[in-house]
Design a protein around this ligand. Structure first.
Ligand SMILES: [Ca+2]
Ligand SMILES: [Ca+2]
Ligand SMILES: [Ca+2]
Length: 272
């Protein structure tokens, strides 16, 4: 009698506790972000071995874990799991390598719970962007070949190959581009002086810098680099130390053909 009583007690405990505390099975789906509302992710009734025609009678519904948004819905006639809300991986998971949303399938009669994991894959729906439309730089014409200038990094809300992979610089006479990678894999670029500047040749240079991602189709973003070429400090100093060699100075200014320096020269002449 003692043995039978214990077996009976155990059976009662199991019968009442199992449906309340345990999910019968979990299911997961992997699909791209930004699918249209109503798109079918999979057939959850089939995947869990449920009879689709009984879903309505069993009051099947999708629930969220905690206070999260309900991202999917169930078609009670077919058992299809469908998209209920826009799923933007970039906004929901940022730079995380994996983006998993948790939902639940609840059947009320009899009570049955199944956890659903939605693995959201990144698509290339963002272009690289620079913080500003223009990068302003001032470089002296005394800068030597090989000198480097760091440029602002472009950002892209996507991940992996869909984020910034390379930069290109518009072809020009004076600068080349050096692309570098930070420890986390982020890419940025440097402007490298390849041929020395001459203010009298060009006192302003405009270059187009393009950042590209590695997605398909590829997306890009641009910024204008505006370089102002500054005069050599030595010439500027020469004007200030101007004393009794005015004719010599005139020849220097004439050779330089520099409008700004000539203005200074005329002013000094007037004082004299
Ligand atoms: Ca997105
Ligand atoms: Ca992108
Ligand atoms: Ca994306």
């Amino acid at each position: 009698m003692f043995v039978w009583f214990n077996i009976l007690s155990f059976s009662i405990v199991v019968f009442f506790l199992l449906p309340l505390h345990s999910a019968y099975g979990d299911v997961s789906y992997s699909f791209p972000e930004e699918m249209k509302r109503g798109s079918v992710i999979g057939n959850i009734a089939k995947d869990l071995g449920l009879v689709a025609s009984r879903l309505s009678a069993r009051k099947a519904r999708i629930d969220t874990e905690g206070n999260h948004e309900r991202y999917c819905d169930i078609n009670l006639n077919t058992g299809d799991l469908t998209i209920a809300e826009r799923i933007d991986r970039d906004g929901l998971c940022g730079k995380k390598a994996s983006c998993v949303l948790k939902q639940e399938l609840v059947l009320e009669d009899p009570l049955e719970l199944h956890r659903i994991s939605l693995h959201v894959q990144d698509i290339n729906d963002n272009s690289p962007q620079f913080k500003k439309d223009i990068i302003k730089m001032e470089i002296s014409e005394s800068a030597v070949k090989g000198v480097r200038f760091s440029l602002d990094e472009a950002h892209d809300a996507d991940i992996g190959q869909n984020t910034v992979q390379s930069y290109t610089l518009q072809r020009n006479e004076h600068f080349i581009l050096n692309v570098k990678t930070k420890s986390g894999g982020r890419k940025y670029s440097e402007l490298v002086l390849d041929k020395e500047l001459d203010r009298e040749g060009h006192h302003e240079i405009k270059l187009l810098l393009t950042a590209m991602d590695g997605g398909s189709p590829q997306r890009s973003g641009t910024v204008v680099i505006h370089v102002t070429v500054l005069d050599k400090i030595t010439l500027f100093t020469a004007i200030h130390s101007f004393s009794n060699v005015c004719l010599h100075c005139q020849s220097v200014f004439a050779t330089e053909r520099d409008r700004w320096l000539l203005n200074v020269f005329y002013r000094i002449t007037y004082i004299l």
